[in-house]
Design a protein around this ligand. Structure first.
Ligand code: GDP
Ligand code: MG
Length: 443
């Protein structure tokens, strides 16, 4: 399979294979999921550092300086940068590439720029997944750079083991940052562009805000001044990150943090699958056009239209089996499928005793005649035990009944009645339904 080959090549050090793998993951299709699945057991060794702050604060320049230092220590580095892609300029993607050129030929560094998907504050959702792939491939340190403007970004950098907030001198940004909720998640603060304005004042302001922010679990986020363009203070900032890592490790907090992140990961997978399922449901564009037309004409609202799409037009609800002895049959299905008897009741008017066995999917309704002469007793006398009826759940029982009547099917009763389980039910005569008695249940 293509994925296996790609994985093998990427693990063997092919940057090209790795880039293709990441594209698959970004696309979010089944191949990407397969790749992530295969890589999952290998991930968890890298240290993830989230870097965020206002645009232009110098995040990329800082990451670049840190990468150079880490490479000198012999550590490999993966970088995932999420940039707002301006429709006018093509965004900062090119800028990042140009700046990171020094590392372009270094096999120990892998840089991936991801575009935000259009809308303001929108983020390439696969960031954490891409980081995971880089982790699994074996990069020691992974930087996730995002523009800190809102909750979505908070979620993404929150995926880091250490979260670094980058600010520049001047109160405005710091206030904005606090509003965006970034203050609470910062494990270390960098005041970059210390060659400008009055950096010490900004350091003091941040320190004060941090003091107002109680309960950091014993950790005091350091605040470091840097000039990223000339690598001044950048090693001190890196040391602050390392100190946080050491703190987490020494206090058994790293594993706890990572375990908490698994919840977010599961939610992400559920979200992705739910979205895939949703796309599947609207794939029938003829049906979608039809619903759009009806909404447009004012015959229904968009919510009812969505309900029509989300509710299957027909779903097997239960299968009714005529038996001579309820207990024996129930024991059999219990022994084989582990079904338990959910309800048991007698309907003297209809001459049946009923047992419902719930399966979690399609239920079984076992029917035993109550005395002689009822319809079920007659059924048993002519057919013997066996399939008695199948019941379909439909969104609108009256609609289904009139469709059946229009198709020439005889209705056993003209209007729905309330079934023993509370929902409206109706029966269609077997003659038009392929020889099977069909029960309709409104779902
Ligand atoms: N004067 C000065 N300029 C810097 C500093 N750090 C970065 N820059 C410049 O600020 C601009 C934005 O930097 P960049 O790293 O792309 O910011 P990002 O948007 O936060 O990633 C670039 O032109 C950098 O060269 C600094 O410490 N001092
Ligand atoms: Mg940048």
């Amino acid at each position: 399979m293509v994925i296996d080959t790609l994985l093998e090549e990427a693990l063997g050090g092919s940057a090209q294979a790795l880039a293709r793998l990441i594209s698959m993951v970004e696309d979010g299709g089944p191949d990407g999921t397969a790749a992530l699945r295969a890589m999952h057991p290998r991930a968890g060794r890298a240290y993830l550092i989230g870097v965020t702050g206002p645009p232009g604060a110098g995040k990329s320049t800082l990451v670049d300086a840190w990468t150079a230092s880490l490479r000198r220590q012999g550590r490999t580095v993966g970088i995932v940068a999420v940039d707002p892609s301006s429709p006018f300029t093509g965004g900062a993607l090119l800028g990042d590439r140009v700046r990171m050129q020094d590392h372009a030929t270094d096999a120990g560094v892998f840089i991936r720029s991801m575009a935000t998907r259009g809308h303001l504050g929108g983020l390439a959702p696969a960031t954490a997944d891409v980081a995971k792939i880089l982790d699994a491939i074996g990069y020691d340190i992974i930087f996730i750079e995002t523009v800190g403007t809102g909750q979505a970004e908070v979620d993404i950098v929150g995926a880091g083991d250490t979260v670094v907030i980058v600010l520049v001198p001047g109160l405005g940004d710091a206030v904005q940052t606090m509003k965006a909720g970034l203050m609470e998640i910062g494990d270390a603060f960098v005041v970059n562009k210390a060659d400008h304005d009055d950096p010490d004042r900004t350091v003091a302001e941040i320190t004060m805000m941090l003091q107002l922010n109680q309960d950091r679990g014993g950790w005091r986020p350091p605040v470091v001044k840097t000039v990223a363009t000339s690598a001044q203070g950048t090693d001190e900032a890196l040391a602050a990150i390392e100190a946080h890592r050491a703190y987490l490790t020494a206090n058994d907090l790293l594993e706890r943090r990572r375990k908490e992140r698994r919840r977010a990961e599961i939610v992400r997978v559920v979200e992705r699958r739910a979205r895939d399922r949703a796309l599947d449901l609207v794939r029938d564009s003829g049906r979608l056009d039809d619903l759009a037309e009806r909404v447009h004409r004012g015959e229904m609202d968009p919510y009812a239209a969505a309900d029509e799409i989300l509710t299957p037009r027909m779903m097997l609800d239960h299968v009714g089996i005529a038996v001579r002895n309820l207990g024996d049959a129930a024991r059999f299905y219990g022994a084989v499928f582990g079904l338990s008897m959910a309800e048991r009741y007698e309907l003297p008017d209809e001459g049946v005793r009923v047992a419902f066995l719930r399966s979690g999917g399609v239920d079984l309704e076992l029917l035993e005649p109550l005395g002689e002469g009822g319809p079920l007793a007659k059924f048993l006398a002519t057919h013997g035990p066996g399939l008695h009826h199948i019941a379909f759940r439909v969104p609108d029982i009256r609609r289904a009944m009139s469709a059946a009547a229009a198709a020439g099917c005889m209705l056993i009763e003209p209007a729905p009645r309330r079934g023993a389980r509370g929902s409206p039910i109706a029966f269609l005569h077997p003659s038009a339904a392929g020889g099977v008695l069909v029960e309709l249940v409104q779902g």
